[in-house]
Each structure stands twice: as C-alpha cells, then as structure tokens.
Design a protein around this ligand. Structure first.
Ligand code: PLP
Length: 398
C-alpha cells in the first residue's frame, strides 16, 4: 500500500539526533556542565556580525513586500551572479549564473542533482566514510549506491579500488572534502588520480560520469591545507555548497548547486536539475536570506575557534592512547574504537557522559565520530572523562 523504502527511511532511527536528545535529557538531570555532547554537527560559533547586520538593514530599509515574496526557483538573479562571480574569482573561470541554483543547503543540492542525473539501475559511487544521508538520496530514486572503501588509517581514497568499481552503469561519483566524519581533505594527487580514472572511464564507456562535490566544509580547513577545487580537474563537475557551516546558519537552509559550464550536455544538466528540484517540491529558498547571502557571499565564521578545539582534543586523546585520523578540516574527529565494535564502545562512553557517534552509519563500524563544534570549555572539561573511559577500556597510556 505504501512504498516500503519510504516507510523504512521514516522508521530508521537517526542515531545522531537520538544521541543528541539523550544528551539533552542527561543535561536536564545532572547539569549541562557534566555532559559532553559530541554528537551533532551543528556550529557553535555565532554567525559573523555581517549576517545579522544585513538582516537588520533589510528589515529596516528594504521594501517589506519584496523581501518576503517568492523568488524565481533557482534564486534571485543578482544572487546567482554574485555567487558565480565569487566562484570564478576564487577558483578560476568555471561557472555562469545560469548554472547556479540556490538550494536549501547542500542537502537540497545533492538531492536535486541525484534525482536529475540518475535513472533506476544507474550506479553512484560513494567513498567511506560517508555522510549517512547519501544512501537515501541515491536509492530513493532507484539508483544503486556502490560503496568504495578508503585506505585504512589515512582515509585517503583507494584509487585502484575506485577504478575497479567504475562500470558501464556508473553515472555519478560523490566526493566530500573536507570530509564528514573523518576531517580528511583529499590531496591534489588523490583528486588527480580520481579524475584521471573518471576521464578514462568516460572514454571507455562512451558517456559522461558526473562528479558531485559535496562541500559544506570547504571553508573549514586548518593550517593552510588546500581544498582543491574539483572543476579545476574535471569538467563534468557539480558542486553542492552550503552556508550552514560557513556562516553558522544551518537552520536557515541556504546553499547552492553550481554546474561547471564546460560539463557534457550543460544545458540539459541545468534543465534536468531544475526539473528535479520542481519534482521535489522546491519553489524557492528564503527570499530574505538570499539577500543576506548576496551581501555576505565571501564572509566566513570564526574558523580558528574550531582549530583550537581540534588541537586540544587531538592532543588530549592521543596522549591518552587513543588513535585518531588527523583532521585537516571540518569539525569532526574520527577515532579508532578500542573495541572492534564502535557501537559497544560508544555505549560504554555514555557511562562517562561522553556522547560519541558510532561509525556504522558512516560505513566504518570500527571507528567513531567526535564532533568538536562545541564550547572550548567542554573540550577541556571532557578530557578527564575520556581518561576514565580510556582506563576502563584498557587503552590508557597514563
Ligand atoms: N553533506 C555533508 C557531508 C554534511 O555533513 C551535511 C550536514 O552536516 C550536509 C551535506 C547537509 O548540510 P546542509 O544541508 O545543512 O547544507
């Protein structure tokens, strides 16, 4: 009577939100200062002052009807032009305003691109560890997710495994860098290897294979590590960008899909993505926030705050004997579970009021995620709890 897959998505527990709700309940019971909630990836640094200044100015001075009316589905043309100009200024001459579609965050961009680019039976390659929602976006439309494991320890891409996974049916490859949950940034060499293999596969199979670059953490890169821009390497690229983390406004649902103007069948790709957005019920995103973004397009929240958290957390955990993947970006730390099953370990951690996310839904059950977008004091105060956990699990160096 109902589509079983949709019922399953509706019923599937969201481990992160459940853990975050549990943390909230524990905070109410024992005091917020005694609970270390590393579950959710929601920015804790405030939006940069330019965001609220733009809002206030618009609310006070702009035409009150105009700032709340519908906009064209792909967004205000002035915003699309501003975004295109920003991309071309920062990364090279890659996009036209016609290839910019303003979306409800990166999720909106990924969902519309996958719906537009795939048909039932097509294959979409995803690398571990991966954002958990990809599987739903891919499979809801009848395509098949093909998971390629990344290299152990570094979590850079396993290029021979990737080449073996490319088939006649491969339609899309999704890459997320800086990565959630590992914090890894894929190097230029890795990207070069990936895109060389994709070009060879396109020639071999005689059809385009699109690269979907999921980039909500693009601006969250530390110590000057470069996040290569994929359109520099590969023309059949679509970028899914988000202002959720860049401007600390995840609840406002703002992002965009950017389609490289040199991609195969550019006009069809633009139209099929627009059609997919329409089929998904997209009318437009917030008018007011489109205007805010137009004024803040190159503004970034305080990334140094996350870096300070990362530095203290990584050192603290490694000193205790835990093994971590070194995170160059995003605000996540991927830690090896001292027990083979990270689910059991994360349950144990709850005894010490540490809320950690098991790696199962990221496709790496032997690791777990620590989200360090929290107050710095929480990081500092959590280290003794981690020390007790380490001792209880037999990993303590101290
Ligand atoms: N992709 C990745 C890898 C994410 O981590 C997230 C959110 O955490 C998203 C996409 C969706 O972000 P949003 O829709 O808020 O832009």
């Amino acid at each position: 009577m109902f589509a079983q897959n949709l019922i399953d998505y509706g019923r599937k527990p969201n481990v992160i939100r459940d853990l975050s709700a549990y943390a909230g309940a524990r905070k109410a019971q024992i005091g917020p200062e005694n609970v270390f909630d590393f579950s959710i990836g929601s920015p804790n640094v405030p939006p940069p002052p330019e965001v609220h200044a733009a809002m206030l100015d618009l609310l006070q001075h702009a035409d009150p009807v105009a700032i709340h009316s519908y906009t064209p589905a792909p967004g205000l043309m002035s915003l699309r032009q501003t975004i295109a100009a920003s991309i071309n200024r920062r990364f090279g001459d890659h996009v036209d305003a016609s290839g910019i579609f303003v979306t409800a965050g990166a999720s909106g961009a990924i969902a519309m691109a996958l719906k537009g680019l795939t048909q039932p039976g097509d294959e979409v390659i995803i690398f571990t560890p991966h954002y958990m929602e990809y599987l739903i976006y891919v499979e809801a439309y009848g395509a098949k997710a093909v998971i390629v494991k990344s290299l152990p320890d570094t979590f850079q891409l396993d290029l021979p495994a990737f080449e073996a996974a490319l088939t006649e049916k491969t339609r899309v490859v999704i890459l997320n860098s800086p990565n959630n949950p590992s914090g890894v940034i894929y190097t230029r060499e890795t990207i070069q290897g990936l895109t060389d293999a994709m070009k060879a596969a396109e020639a071999k199979f005689g059809h385009p294979i699109y690269l979907l670059s999921d980039e909500p953490y693009r601006e969250l890169a530390y110590d000057g590590v470069e996040v290569p821009y994929l359109m520099d390497f590969y023309d059949d690229t679509l970028v899914c960008y988000s202002y959720s983390k860049t401007l600390s406004i995840p609840g406002e649902r703002m992002g965009y899909l950017a389609i490289c103007r040199r991609c195969a069948a550019y006009e069809d790709v633009v139209d099929v993505c627009s059609g997919a957005a329409r089929a998904l019920g997209h009318i437009c995103t917030s008018n007011l926030y489109q205007r805010v973004i137009e004024r803040c397009v190159d503004v970034v929240a305080d990334v140094d705050y996350y870096k300070r958290n990362r530095d203290v957390l990584v050192k603290g955990l490694e000193d205790l004997g835990f093994t971590c993947v070194h995170p160059d970006g995003a605000f996540y730390l991927f830690m090896k579970s001292p027990w083979p099953d990270s689910m059991a370990f994360c349950e144990k951690a709850k005894e010490y009021e540490l809320m950690l996310v098991p790696g199962h839904d990221f496709g790496v059950p032997e690791y777990l995620r620590v989200s360090y977008c929290v107050d710095h004091e929480t990081i500092v105060r959590s280290l003794p709890a981690f020390a007790r956990l380490a001792q209880a699990c037999g990993v303590s160096k101290v």
